[in-house]
Design a protein around this ligand. Structure first.
Ligand code: C2O
Length: 515
């Protein structure tokens, strides 16, 4: 197939995306970075150069399965060493799925500083829409560099965030402020609509800890995809979207609009991030592009009162999957909790936190054929019963046993998963409540606060893969588990050139002296 190529430069810049100045991390100078666009089946080559002063980095292509290309997954401490300042690395992988997503730094809190961009893989042509408006990236935004808030997060309180961005822009009200950093001059993101036209919008939540309820005043949304998975279209007035999730929606512009412009609302849900107090996350849809006034429309959407996912399970029999005859060969129960036993706050899974060794990532140990991993914590071997076994499944149940009643967006690398159960309270230890007829398939699902999430995935991709909470603070506080899938088959799938790049990047990082 075709090869598409991109060049990304990770940089640090002064910025004021909403009119409040601070320092950002960017790809090629902008937030978001350039959108990666490819066709289903394309080979994708992305050359990343780290032009930051002292930070290492590594870039993850969220939701991409990385079949036979585990070294391109971009997880420092697992699939690579961080790329040292001044050095480059080429990520090469295939678009084996289609739909919408994002790419982001997987190094500590860097994506919260601006190191992310949209990603679109065009699938089979459809006549569902007239125009593709591309990705709409929704996020909360901190006025203080998130690394400077790490000490607060470490003590267990999610820091209060001040603002929000849609596609990297918003306005923050500086009226009456004496803060010299509040310079004003931000703007709302705008889209122009022509009456009757059908637009495709690709919603992505790229937040630190915000959950959103997306809507456009006066318009309905026809949902055709969730994460990288096509679904049977259904129509709704709003969509709840947690961190890392995506929805492809078709919006038909009103044939005869009664207003020159309409508010598009990110709809931040306060209960899902109790300490946040962010400014309104809105953008503008204009029918009359010579009009510059703010819309005067109001929302008729009922604000969500829960932190759960869209109930797709009952509505998406697009590609029904009957998994009734599939026994759960690996029923893993992992208990999620938190501890303050060490000097700071950590999330735990089965009593330990994932600790990654950036100088000696898991793949390094796999190349050396070592059975001992750098981190004894939360590294779980899984795999098929034999290399030629037919489809086999892993079933992972994460039970929240903590006393903090907080929903967690759980993301799995290297696979989609089928949501067999997602409920509050304790799992009863049986598969009686599992939906095995036509469950939702995606790559991020919400673990309800105090509840459990049962995820099934096919053991079809040997590699080293994370499953983690996508709340940026929590991922950095160890709320993560690592699977080493079919360890004996991993090395044979890595092309020679990729292994030498892996070694080169690690040598660069080991030789790098922090400034
Ligand atoms: Cu979007 Cu492990 O990440």
């Amino acid at each position: 197939g075709r090869t598409v190529e991109y060049w990304l430069s990770a940089e640090e810049h002064p910025c004021a995306p909403d009119g409040y100045s601070r320092t950002c991390m960017t790809f090629n100078g902008t937030i978001p970075g350039p959108t990666i666009i490819a066709n289903w089946g394309d080979n994708i080559k992305i050359h990343v150069t780290n032009n930051m002063v002292s930070n290492g980095t590594a870039i993850h292509w969220h939701g991409v399965h990385q079949r036979n290309t585990v070294l391109a997954d971009g997880v420092p401490g697992v699939t690579q060493c961080p790329i040292a300042p001044g050095q480059s690395m080429t990520y090469e992988f295939r678009a084996t799925q289609y739909g919408s997503s994002w790419y982001h730094s997987h190094f500590s809190l860097q994506y919260s500083e601006g190191l992310f961009g949209g990603m679109i893989f065009h699938g089979p042509a459809t006549d569902n829409y007239d125009e593709d408006l591309g990705t709409l990236l929704l996020q909360d935004w901190s006025h203080i560099e998130t690394f400077n808030r790490w000490n607060v997060a470490k003590l267990g309180r999610a820091p209060t965030l001040e603002s929000s961005l849609i596609n990297g822009t918003n306005t923050f009200n500086c009226a009456g402020s004496t803060d010299p950093k509040c310079i004003g001059g931000g703007k709302k993101f705008e889209m122009a609509f022509t009456p009757g036209t059908k637009y495709l919008l690709r919603l992505v939540n790229v937040a630190i800890d915000g959950v959103f309820q997306f809507s456009i005043d006066g318009h309905s949304l026809t949902v055709i995809g969730a994460d990288f998975v096509p679904i049977r279209p259904y129509t709704t007035s709003s969509l709840q979207i947690t961190i890392g999730q995506r929805y492809d929606v078709i919006v038909t512009a009103l044939p005869s609009p009664s207003s020159p412009s309409y508010w598009l609302r990110g709809g931040w849900i306060s209960r899902c991030a109790p300490n946040a107090n962010i400014a309104s996350i809105t953008a503008i849809v204009r029918y009359n592009t010579s009009d510059t006034a703010d819309p005067t429309t109001t929302s008729t959407v009922t604000p969500s009162t829960h932190c759960l996912d869209e109930p797709l399970a009952s509505t998406i029999p697009h590609l029904p999957l009957d998994v009734t005859n599939i026994p759960p060969p690996n029923l893993l129960l992992e208990n999620l909790n938190f501890t303050t036993a060490s000097s700071f706050f950590q999330w735990t899974i089965n009593s330990s936190s994932l600790v990654l060794d950036w100088k000696s990532p898991t793949m390094d140990h796999i190349f050396r054929n070592e059975s001992l991993f750098p981190t004894p914590y939360n590294v779980v071997p899984i795999g098929r019963s034999s290399p030629d076994a037919p489809t086999e499944w892993a079933v992972l149940i994460i039970q929240d046993v903590g006393t903090i009643n907080l929903a967690h967006p759980i993301h799995l690398h290297g696979h989609d998963f089928w949501v067999l159960a997602q409920a509050t309270g304790r799992w009863d230890g049986t598969t009686n409540s599992f939906n095995t007829r036509n469950p939702t398939r995606r790559d991020v699902a919400t673990l309800p606060g105090g509840g459990y999430l049962a995820m099934a995935f096919q053991l079809d991709n040997p590699g080293a893969w994370l499953v983690h909470c996508h709340i940026a603070w929590h991922a950095s506080q160890g709320l993560s588990l690592e699977f080493v899938e079919d360890q004996g088959e991993i090395v044979g799938r890595v092309p020679e050139g990729e292994r030498s790049q892996f070694e080169r990047v690690c040598e660069g990082w080991r030789g790098h002296t922090p400034v």
